[in-house]
Design a protein around this ligand. Sequence first.
Ligand code: PAF
Length: 290
Amino acid sequence: MQTITSIRLLRNALSPLRNAGRSIGLVPTMGYLHEGHARLVSTAREQNDVVVVSIFVNPLQFGPNEDFAQYPRDLHHDEQMLTALGCDFIFAPSVNEMYPEPAVTVVDLPEMGQVLCGRTRPIHFRGVATVVSKLLHIVQPDKAYFGQKDGQQLAIILRMVQDLNLPLAIVGVPTVRESDGLAKSSRNIFLSVQDRPHATVLYRALQVARDDIEAGQRFAAEVMAHMAALISAEPTVRLDYAEAVDARTLQPLSVLSGTVMLAVAAYVGKTRLIDNIVLPLPPIDSPDIP
Ligand code: PAF
């Protein structure tokens, strides 16, 4: 495995492999890798001849009051983990390598980026779409891998790739959870020992909502209110949102049908966590709907 920090050297390394017909899988990350990332990398390893993992904490996706400087970083640990997972190349550019000048060209999907997490993080998804677009142009992979845990991000990237006719497949990889259901996230390390047990309320709320829907509930407002009540009642937890949206467009639904994303976000102590599940439901005019 090689760690490469320059765009030119990465392109030089990949181009003969691509020309020899080797398939390339890219896993974009911000480092500080955990089991959720490991699942992305092993899926990429199974499906490609060459695996590239990018590690770049992208300043463009952090708001002025967000944790860019505090975001956890540990390249040495990441290198050890990626060696064990059979990664071929780590691409770990500096901020100056990725943005030698402030980005004037950006990729923005405002309808999808200003909802859910975008309401409190208005520039976040523009930063994500811009850096992912750059990484896809730099690496030119056949497939790129993203976690379902960041469901809004995955939907936005799928749409960006469709709208810009980018020649690759985006693979969504299921969320990896702790044994008590908490979704794995680099931010979990910020949870205090006292707050950690309360963090499971996000997944519990999603499961209760799924039970409601399986029992026949189709009114989004009822499902959302149930999730919000559960999360708000949890000690040390402050609800950000609990919503039911169309999983492809991220637009709100009043009646639940088609592919639905239940998405929640909350502050557990000072740490903001997100989670979601996607449910394929019968279309609205189906005789199965009570
Ligand atoms: O999910 C992440 O880690 C980041 O948003 C991504 C996709 C690597 C872009 O910086």
